[in-house]
Write a protein that binds this ligand. Sequence first.
Ligand code: NOJ
Length: 768
Amino acid sequence: MSGLRRRSLLAAGGTAATAGLLGTGPVQAQALPRTAGAATGAGAAARRPGPYDDKVRALLARMTLEEKLGQLQQLPWTYNTGPGGPGTKEVEQAARQGRLGSVLNIFGARTTNALQKIAVEESRLGVPLLFGLDVIHGFWTTFPIPLAQAAGFDPRVAARDAEVSAKEARSNGVHWTFAPMMDVTHEPRWGRIAEGNGEDPYLTAAFAAAKVRAYQGADLSAADRIAACAKHFVAYGGAEGGRDYNTVDVSEARLRNLYLPPFRAAVDAGVATVMASFNTIGGVPAHANPRTLTDILKQEWSFDGMVVSDWNGVQELIPHGVAQDGAQAARLALRAGVDMEMTSTTMVTYGKRLVREGKISEQRVDDAVSRILRLKFALGLFARPYVDEGREIGAPTPEARAAARSAAARSMVLLKNEKGVLPVGRSVGAIAVVGPFGDSGDLLGTWVLPPAAQRFPAVTVLDAVRKAVPGGTVRYERGVAAEGDDISGIPAAVAAARSAGMTFVVVGEPAALSGEAAARSDIGLPGAQEKLIEAIARTGRPFAVVLVNGRPLTVGGWLDRAPAVLEAWHPGIEAGNAIADVLFGRVNPGGKLPVSFPRAVGQIPIHYNHENTGRPYDPDDKFTSKYLDLPDGPQFPFGHGLSYTTFRTGPPALSRDRIPVDALRRGGTVEVAATVTNTGPRPGDEVVQLYVHDRAAALAQPVRRLRGFRRVTLAPGGSRTVRFRLGAEDLGFFTHDPHGEFLLEPGAIDIYVGDSSAAEGRCTLSVT
Ligand code: NOJ
């Protein structure tokens, strides 16, 4: 989709909301000048003047070098002790001395105000602190995990999460969230897949931009907005073997076509901050990488916001093996373009010495400080450093819960539904709920504030099913635990299923098995859960499997025996209610997979947007690309998802068959239209998806690339013609050129439109 415009919230002092929704890159070949910015502090040189420049300059002129270095420091608070907890004397002392710019893991109006008071009233210059927190899929109101949200194929789902989160967080004194995470990945073993939007850069870019805009709004100083953070920059999702923090080695073309586009979209949407990632690229840790942080992000993309390190990421340059000591780590990180150091303290400790020895220019320090101060001004912290304690939000509101429930239901994907087993009618008779997650609150997902998990656990499936059939018989048997091999509870679960008209088997992963540092080598259902499904299948009674998980799972042999499978992910605070909404048909599921589901771990990486080989898969030819012991392709492809109704998508039609390269370069577009019809008995949602494939290009291209999607709601018999516009950015690609050349070539482009990445409806555009 075309429509790229760039606007920076901090530079323009406002309206990031007007930036193009889905733009992800420059539209024509361009050789951007490289500068030696990293070492000289020229990161800010190309900036357009901004609204806070005079104030920042005036303040900077009054600061000592120690105070400047203090602004670069972020220290953790002990939020685990809860709001009003003791905090640490060290943090308070640093705030008092003006040796602290920011604090993370802190919230609560009273707690943040008390600490802020020390910075504002007791430090020499009274520079307010910036409070950051991981508000990833909710503050009090836990929304479904980001991977689930992506399955909604509707960026408004993510925007709603961000709006609710921003309001709750800001009222609790939080100014800044470390979200959205936008690490595209082809690695389902990687636990952090739960925090991103899956395997596609275009879908991720759309979600990243929507979430940034919704967190930040048009005015960062508003009482219901917070600064966003695009993370982790960059290619963190490429971790070898899916092991967290692991090495990445990636070509320039893959970096630019796969990993960078969501970050570019976030920058274009005005994201205030960017976080460096833990991985290396080609041996260079992201925290010490001037090419990615300064040349690409700050120079080429003119990002004038602030780069924060990840937790201890600067200090970790030592174990990475590129820095000998803390002083060298600080030097490498500052020169690369890190502006604020999270947790470790190398910059504040060694910065003065490095400047004195000429190893870091004071200009670079000033640039980093300016970026931080600009954000503090944009957030209105100098004018209003404190949050109104009387307006602190202490619990999810009914509206917030309703938004979380609708987001969760909208994110669910019906993987399989034979003979219309689902939805369940009220006349079904007795219902059995079995499985370790049937009566469990462990449905919130990976990133939840500990007090939120304690005070506002997820609604269980059992409670919601009981509510859905008032007066009905609902029996629960756990059967097996989420982990471990004890199968002694299976007979009771089987007995429950035998006496029920319908059984819901609720199985999956504990939330702790996904997220940071939660890689798995086996991504099947943990423990004896598959055995439980097999046992229920043997009863011959109707049943549906509900999966609650934070990553794609290998669904194994039980899939053939299960008549219906609903992928519910980790749905958040309203989990049970949203699952029941779908099981009983109050909501017709319309989500689609944002990531391929492999048949077996040995197939990984398996993703729809792979490149072709010279010997593409051919079942009749041994010497083609395949495994001897597995059928071709994933278990479920990217974009797959069923509904309680059926849809037909007609063939795509082009507004013109040919378009010259020059016309595309000048902003010309081609329209692709396809008509989708609800051919079944119920209203429902279909996601019409558009993919392109460049048949012959200078670099082998993905066999398909998503370049458009639209979720539409249709009444039975209803039709809608969905129109997509394709421009240069949809038809070209980045090459290996280090300056970011974007190539648009003449040739044939196949365009597929349909209901998944396996869509067959096709037309062909000639680029001349
Ligand atoms: C480490 C994680 O990688 C990052 O995503 C998070 O924001 C920080 N810790 C702060 O908690």
